[in-house]
Design a protein around this ligand. Structure first.
Ligand code: 5AD
Ligand code: FES
Length: 369
C-alpha cells in the first residue's frame, strides 16, 4: 500500500492526521494519487453533508474600503477603481431577488467600513430583509473586521453567519501581504468575537501566495480545525494588475493557472478530510482559473456555491482579482448556469434551505433550519 493510501485509510477510519500527513497529501502531483485524494474527500462529503450544493446569493454591495491589502483590487490606494456604494433599497431588492429565486440564503459582502453610518445602514437592511422574508432568508455577512458591539448589533438584527478570512496563519507572510497596521492578531480576535456573539463562523485562506509552502497550508488547515470553524471559504490567490503584488508577479501563464487550480482543489479535499461535517465553499476564484473550476471544487469536497446576485452594472467595479467570472452576466443567467453545472455532476441544489453547517448544530446541540 502506498504512503498516500495509508494516510487516506487512516483518515477514513477517523484518525487524526498530523501536519506531515497533510503536507504529503497537499504535495501530491501524480494523477492516480490525486484521484484517490479527491475520491476520499468526495466519499466523506457524501457521508457527512450529502451530495447537495447550497446556494448563497452574494450581494457585493460596496467597493469602498478603508484597508490597503497588497493583493486586493479594491484596496483604498487603487485610484483606477470607480467606487460605488449601494443604498439600502438596492441591497434589499437583491436580497429579495435571492429569496424569490429560492436560494435559501444570501451573503452581503463589501470592502471594509467601520463608520456608524455604514454600521447602521447594514443593521437596518438586515432587519428589513428578515422582516420582508418572514425570517426565511438566511443572512451571512462578510464585512470585515469590526468591534464586538457591531457584530452583536448585526447578529441581533438577524444575520446568523459571518465570513472573515484569516488569509494566512503564517505571521511572516501575513506581514508581507498587508501594510503594518493590518494585524493577524486582530483577525484572530475578530474570529473570537464572532464566535462569542453567536454567529456560525467561516474563515479561510488564500493559496499560492508568494513564499507560501505546503507546510504553511497544512498549518492553515490545522488552525481552522483548532478554532473549530463551522464554514470554510478559501481560494487561490490571483494577481490583480493594479495592486503592489500584482505588479511584482503579473498574470498567470496557463501552466501556473493549472497548478493554482490543482492546489485549490487539493486544499478543499484535505480540508474536507480533516473537518468532515463543516460547510466548504467552492470559491468563485476557482472559475477564474478554469471555466469548470467551481464544479471541480464540489467534486473535491466543497458543498456551497455563491452565485452572484449583484446588479450587473456594479459587477465590474468589484474586481478583487483579474478575470473575475460573471462580471457581464446577470443574476438569472448565473442561476441557470450554476444549476445546470450542479446537475451535470449528479448533485442537487439545496433550494429554499439555509444549509447550515451540521458541525455548528452538533457542537451546540441545536436543530438545523
Ligand atoms: N486573489 C484571490 N482572492 C482575493 N481576495 C482578495 N484579493 C484577492 C486576490 N487577488 C479574497 C481575500 C478576501 C476575499 C473577500 O477575497 O481572501 O478575504
Ligand atoms: Fe454566472 Fe455561469 S455562474 S454565468
Amino acid at each position: 500500500m502506498s504512503k498516500i493510501d495509508t494516510i487516506l485509510k487512516r483518515a477514513r477510519a477517523g484518525e487524526e492526521l498530523s501536519v506531515e500527513d497533510l503536507v504529503a497529501l497537499l504535495s501530491i502531483t501524480e494523477a492516480d494519487e490525486l484521484q484517490m485524494l479527491f475520491d476520499c474527500a468526495y466519499f466523506l462529503k457524501e457521508q457527512y453533508v450529502g451530495k447537495i450544493a447550497y446556494f448563497r446569493g452574494i450581494i457585493e454591495c460596496s467597493n469602498l474600503c478603508i484597508k490597503d491589502c497588497y493583493y486586493c483590487g479594491i484596496r483604498k490606494s487603487n485610484t483606477s477603481v470607480e467606487r460605488f456604494q449601494m443604498d439600502e433599497d438596492e441591497i434589499f431588492t437583491e436580497a429579495v431577488w435571492a429569496y424569490e429565486a429560492d436560494y435559501g440564503s444570501c451573503v452581503i459582502q463589501s470592502g471594509e467600513r467601520q463608520d456608524e453610518e455604514y454600521i447602521l445602514m447594514i443593521e437596518r437592511v438586515v432587519t428589513r430583509i428578515k422582516k420582508a422574508t418572514d425570517g426565511k432568508l438566511g443572512i451571512t455577512l462578510s464585512l470585515g473586521e469590526q468591534t464586538e458591539e457591531t457584530y452583536a448589533r448585526w447578529r441581533q438584527a438577524g444575520a446568523h453567519r459571518y465570513l472573515l478570512r484569516i488569509e494566512t496563519t503564517n505571521p511572516e507572510i501575513y506581514a508581507k501581504i498587508h501594510p503594518a497596521d493590518h494585524l493577524l492578531e486582530e483577525r484572530k480576535a475578530c474570529l473570537a468575537r464572532l464566535r462569542r456573539t453567536g454567529y456560525q463562523v467561516g474563515t479561510g485562506v488564500m493559496m499560492g501566495l508568494p513564499g507560501q509552502t505546503m507546510e504553511d497550508l497544512a498549518n492553515d488547515i490545522l488552525f481552522l480545525k483548532q478554532i473549530d470553524i463551522d464554514m470554510v471559504g478559501m481560494g487561490p490567490y490571483i494577481p490583480h494588475s493594479d495592486t503592489p503584488m500584482g505588479k511584482e508577479i503579473p498574470s498567470y501563464t496557463d501552466e501556473q493557472k493549472k497548478d493554482a487550480l490543482q492546489l485549490g482543489l487539493k486544499m478543499i479535499a484535505v480540508t474536507r478530510i480533516v473537518m468532515k461535517d463543516i460547510n466548504i465553499a467552492a470559491a468563485t476564484a476557482l472559475q477564474a482559473l478554469e471555466y469548470t473550476g467551481r464544479e471541480q471544487g464540489l467534486r473535491c469536497g466543497a458543498n456551497v456555491i455563491m452565485p452572484n446576485v449583484t446588479e450587473t452594472d456594479f459587477r465590474p467595479k468589484y474586481q478583487l482579482y483579474d478575470n473575475k467570472p460573471c462580471t457581464d452576466e446577470n443574476s438569472s443567467l448565473c442561476r441557470g448556469c450554476l444549476s445546470g453545472r450542479i446537475k451535470g455532476i449528479g448533485e442537487t441544489v439545496g433550494f429554499g434551505e439555509w444549509g447550515d453547517s451540521p458541525h455548528f448544530h452538533s457542537r451546540n446541540g441545536t436543530e438545523a433550519t
